[in-house]
Design a protein around this ligand. Structure first.
Ligand SMILES: NC(=O)c1ccc[n+]([C@@H]2O[C@H](COP(=O)([O-])OP(=O)(O)OC[C@H]3O[C@@H](n4cnc5c(N)ncnc54)[C@H](O)[C@@H]3O)[C@@H](O)[C@H]2O)c1
Length: 343
């Protein structure tokens, strides 16, 4: 088995994390095949000229084995990617986020792919007191979290001497990406500071959440791809950093300061006591991985792009609203275009 793969299939490679991972893999000389429905548009347009990039518009539920031709590693990111989107149609969330990723992993093993990395989430821990680590029990509170738990449970046992399987439980991601998401906490705070000059946070701001920069989480995928299989096979790693377990109130203040807007506390909702803090020691100790960026870096790069006009919030930048819009259009098209054409 080759220690370092050369050709990576990135499912969900058209997404917020996937577009950044694709760019970083190409920059390291990998050949990359992206399998994605491209729900959020032509998000890899600027990389298309790279002869090492291959795009396949396909659904992970029905992708044929041919997508694995020549591939020696899979990073499996395709999913409905947050709690509210996962509740739009819970059965479809289980189909896409669990069953299709179980199928992809099995298919990869059957077709001689050497490595498989599952994009999972720290939200799998639910809300718990104190610090949770990879040995803690999981407490999935939503269909999205449940599907991640099921995908881990079906895929990790496929690990064998010839097939290295790893699950990465990512903290909540922030930072600039080709497929921008403003429905993520730090990104949303930054947009609100840009548009309204302030940020509203849920009472009372003492809730703890873990965060990681998009380029740092992508480096974790690459670190795993390039690690000795003995260190990562059959393993689960939390991806983030100890010091980026942050309380929401102080986080809003840091984000405001980073973009040069004086912080004024502004609240909504009832007091939210739900917290969780995550230990990221394992990935550091076992793989020598360290997150390099801080929330301030993410906030500043987003704010600057908004100021320059190279980034705007549009219909696709809120994941839930965009899926709702697509579903609504689909219903209307069936009404107004019974023969598949509008005019
Ligand atoms: N962003 C975060 O904070 C975060 C945190 C933890 C885990 N994750 C996980 O990381 C992965 C990537 O998240 P993201 O933030 O890039 O989300 P995203 O929504 O931007 O990307 C998901 C991609 O998957 C594609 N997709 C959705 N359903 C598909 C299907 N059936 N077939 C093929 N493609 C499909 C979409 O078109 C999209 O490009 C997801 O599995 C998500 O659950 C994300």
């Amino acid at each position: 088995m080759s220690a370092k793969p050369k050709h990576v299939l990135v499912t969900g490679g058209g997404g917020y994390i996937g577009t950044t991972l694709t760019e970083m893999l190409l920059a390291r000389g990998y050949e990359v095949t992206v399998l994605d429905r491209f729900f959020f548009g032509d998000t890899l347009a600027d990389l298309k000229a790279n002869p090492k990039l291959h795009l396949v518009r396909e659904d992970n539920r029905w992708a044929p084995p041919a997508v694995l031709k020549g591939v020696d590693a899979v990073c499996d990111l395709a999913a409905l990617s947050n709690d509210p989107s996962g509740e739009l149609d819970p059965q479809k969330t289980l189909d896409i986020n669990h069953a299709a990723r179980a199928r992809m992993c099995k298919m990869a093993k059957e077709h001689g792919v050497a490595r498989y990395v599952l994009a999972s989430s720290c939200s799998i821990y639910g809300f718990q007191d104190g610090f949770v680590d990879e040995t803690s029990s999981i407490n999935p509170l939503t269909t999205y979290a449940e599907a991640n738990g099921l995908a881990e449970r079906s895929n990790l046992p496929l690990a064998s001497e010839r097939f290295t399987v790893t699950a990465l439980r990512q903290a909540t991601v922030y930072g600039l990406s080709r497929r921008m998401r403003f429905d993520l906490a730090i990104n949303g705070m930054t947009l609100s500071l840009f548009k309204q000059g302030g940020v509203k946070i849920m009472r009372d701001g003492t809730q703890w959440r873990p965060f990681v920069h998009v380029r740092d989480t992508c480096r974790a995928f690459i670190t795993v791809l390039e690690s000795d299989p003995a260190k990562v096979n059959g393993e689960t790693f939390n991806v983030g950093s100890e010091d980026q377990n942050v309380q929401i109130g102080p986080l809003a203040e840091r984000v405001s300061n980073a973009v040069g807007i004086p912080y004024k506390p502004d609240w909504y909702g009832d007091v939210d006591h739900r917290s969780y803090r995550v230990s990221f020691k394992k990935i550091g100790q076992r793989l020598g991985y360290r997150a390099e960026k801080q929330p301030e870096d993410g906030a500043r790069e987003i704010f600057e792009a908004l100021q320059k006009g190279t980034l705007t919030d549009g219909p696709t930048t809120n994941t839930l609203n965009w899926y709702k819009t697509l579903l609504q259009w689909n219903r209307e098209m069936k009404e107004v275009a019974p023969h598949g054409i509008v005019l």
